[in-house]
Design a protein around this ligand. Structure first.
Ligand code: S3P
Length: 453
């Protein structure tokens, strides 16, 4: 029967690179872009968002806030990033959408927007593609229901589509998340804006804190209560209900999760020097950089000024050069800190001397695909030594890779990981459904080709 035409059209072949040089252009941070659009919709007036990532996920959130009544204009775009001008009637002026809110492939759109919708007194339905329909929503339903919103989902409230019937007055809660999740934390904090009293979210491991920083920059008092103020370990966040967000002009930092692909490419390629400009190095997002440095990656970091609009996100320029890597051991808290970068770190581990262990990575099965199964199958096809046992991954290296056909499971991070592998593998590497990269990094493949020069 052969390969169905759609797959063939969307597959790409990557040839090994003799050398890698240059400055890959990066998309605006995906997590921050979503939040900037959502908060602009909650603030009455006009907000400008410069350099938002123009991936399909962020476009989904732009569509959702527009469907709820904010005016969302694309004022500049370059195929990778977009500047938005958002004019909003404010939270009280938002209205019920005419149709289903389409989150496409984006778990962040689904979960973070649910927190907003819980505090809006109307009926909303959130849905998305086949991948999104297999991602858990009970984690969001439980806290938002206890705040007084009515939420329902398919399969006994476990899978999207998700129905949210919100209320303009919610109850404040004190909630401990079951799995480390910035999406769940953000949803609760945003719902907490519409609650009476103090909302507290506790997490056993600190997750990305963009929502907290951005709420502060828009005038909301969000407090961090931590046993260990220097970060790591359990942390709690509180905010008082009834706060209003002010409009803001902000510039989105370059995405550290996208940068991670080039950091690994530069480190594992024998003749590489790559520079990444203006990367967000928020302490809750920079774990992959630190793990690579721990593995021996030659990464030079120069702090650069904060982006305009002062959303409180630190930035740096990063230069990576060909490196000799050694194995690393990552436990569950470290996995949570680098949850989106584990696939590309697995590729780095195939080129590191010794045995890398990644323990307690079960949450990777709940991402755009079962990333544990996907990464193991793809790297095995390329000749790597990778063993999965339950939620633990062991990789022994270094192993020379040989080009092969890889299956992305339509998952952007797997597509980009296998493409980077193709730069060092012998022969051609084929990546099926390579277009999935556009979910977070629309110009990833053109950038990759440009770096060979
Ligand atoms: C995100 C949080 C993470 C991450 C996702 C983006 C966010 O998910 O995997 O890509 O923007 O809050 P969880 O918080 O559910 O782990």
């Amino acid at each position: 029967m052969g390969t169905p035409p759609l797959r063939r059209e969307q597959s790409r072949s990557v040839q090994p690179a003799a050398r890698l040089r240059g400055e890959p252009r990066l998309p605006g941070d995906k997590s921050i872009s979503h939040r900037a659009l959502i908060m602009a919709a909650l603030a009455e007036g006009r907000s400008l968002i410069d350099g938002a990532g123009d991936g399909r996920d962020v476009q989904a959130t732009a569509g959702i806030v527009a469907a709820l009544g904010a005016s969302v204009k694309r004022v500049r775009e370059d195929g990778l990033n977009v500047d938005y001008a958002v004019a909003s009637p404010g939270v009280e002026g938002l209205h019920e959408a005419d149709g289903v809110l389409d989150c496409r492939n984006s778990g962040t759109s689904l979960r973070v927007c649910s927190g907003v919708l819980a505090g809006l007194p109307f009926f909303s339905v959130l849905d998305g593609d086949a991948s999104l329909r297999s991602r858990p929503v009970a984690r969001i339903i439980e806290p938002l229901r206890s705040m007084g919103a009515d939420l329902r989902a398919r399969r006994s409230d476990s899978l999207p589509p998700l129905v949210v019937i919100g209320r303009s007055q919610l109850r404040a809660i004190d909630f401990e998340t079951r799995v480390p999740s910035a999406q769940v934390k953000s949803a609760i904090l945003l719902a907490g804006l519409r609650a009476q009293g103090r909302t507290t979210v506790r997490e056993a491991v600190a997750t990305r804190d963009h929502t907290e920083r951005m709420l502060r920059s828009r005038g909301v008092e969000v407090r961090r209560v931590s046993e260990n103020e220097s970060g790591g370990g359990p942390v709690a966040w509180t905010l008082e209900g009834g706060a209003w967000l002010s409009p803001l002009d902000e510039r989105v930092p370059a995405d550290p999760s996208a940068a991670a692909f080039w950091l690994v490419a530069g480190a594992i390629h024998p003749d590489a020097a790559l520079t990444l400009r203006g990367v967000g190095v928020n302490p809750t997002r920079r774990a992959a950089i630190d793990f690579l440095v721990r593995m021996g990656a030659r990464i030079e970091e120069t702090a650069v000024g904060e982006p305009s609009g002062d959303i409180g996100e630190p930035l740096a320029d990063l230069t990576v050069r060909s490196s000799e890597l050694t194995a690393i051991d990552l436990g569950p808290a470290e996995v949570a800190a680098a949850i989106d970068e584990i696939p590309i770190l697995c590729l780095a581990a195939t080129q590191a001397r010794g045995r890398t262990t990644i323990r307690g990575a079960g949450e990777l099965r709940n991402k755009e695909s079962d990333r544990i199964a996907g990464i193991a199958a793809g790297l095995t096809a390329l000749g790597a030594r990778i063993v999965v046992s339950g939620d633990d991954i062991t990789i022994t290296g270094p192993t020379p890779l040989a080009g092969a056909a890889t299956e992305t499971l339509d998952d952007h991070r797997l597509a980009m990981t296998f493409a980077v592998a193709g730069l060092i593998a012998r022969g051609a590497t084929t990546i099926d459904l390579a277009e999935s990269a556009a979910v977070s990094y629309p110009s990833f493949f053109p950038e990759l080709e440009r770096l060979r020069a």
